[in-house]
Design a protein around this ligand. Sequence first.
Ligand code: NAD
Length: 332
Amino acid sequence: MKVLVTGGAGFIGSHYARGLLEGRHAGYEDADVTVLDKLTYAGNRDNLPERHPRLTFVQGDVCDLPLLLDVLPGHDAVVHFAAESHVDRSLHTAAEFVRTNAGGTQTLLEAVLRTGVERVVHVSTDEVYGSLDEGSWTEHSPLLPNTPYAASKAASDLIARSYFRTHGADLSITRCSNNYGPYQHPEKLIPCFVTHLLEGRRVPLYGDGLNVREWLHVDDHCRALHLVLTGGRAGEIYNVGGGDDRTNAALTEELLRLCGAGPGMVERVADRKGHDRRYAIDDTKIREELGYAPRIPFERGLADTAAWYRDNPGWWKPLKETGPLEETEEEN
Ligand code: NAD
């Protein structure tokens, strides 16, 4: 078995790749893993083992068709994580989001088709559904993305669907809620707040803090992705959720407690443009069809995550020094 993981030097892709290399995914314990990653500011070679007999690392762009046609032959499956993922950046550099997220997905699927790779999982997000006041999204909910990031991901989902409908590609699409865990870039909300507090700095909370997000540990997301890779049906979409939903203000209180900081460490900042109010996922389909259920309770996962950042300043400090958007918070 040989698996190509695009974006495998980023937060979730590297967690999935490490899981494969550590033999944690059923049926793929001996799989060879190729990570293809452009190493943008979000990609970090340190997220992967430096040397592993079953790992091949290729630095490259998912928009580079000749490179993909060279790399893909011999692979049985592709798990496609590579994307521009930070909503705040998409407000300023939307073209890069469309190029990588929409164009990169099309280029990758074209290469998959031409090289005969058998199976693809396209990793998407619940943000493609927009924002809702009550209830929860099923896989049949309309796509109503509100930010350039979400719109570029929605475009990539539609491109993926077209490669299934038109060319019969064996691919499934996943749409997951907000992830958290170790190795997440410190521009994202949880690592941003934890690392600010560890440095004795105040944390910037958007607007009234009442935006609701559903948080899922990255390990649960990766188990869901592997279930979809091995048991998901072609052309189907699988929502992945089941995490813990709470307001950003409540999450901030929890992070203050974990870091031993008081309420005075919160700084209210102006709300972000197009800030979605509430996300909520109905993941009945993946639970009933593939037996998915999250395993990591939020309180434990959050405490472990805060401890990981406390114990690994050498990983995040250099990233924080270079990140131009470090003063903003973002849930996803
Ligand atoms: P990330 O930003 O941490 O990682 C993205 C990786 O893709 C980086 O390693 C980067 O170098 C690489 N990359 C960017 N552009 C590339 C290109 N043109 N060619 C090759 N590689 C490129 O993102 P993440 O949080 O790990 O998210 C991974 C995927 O999961 C994304 O598709 C995202 O939309 C999706 N997702 C994320 C979340 C979340 O909460 N983080 C939730 C649901 C879905």
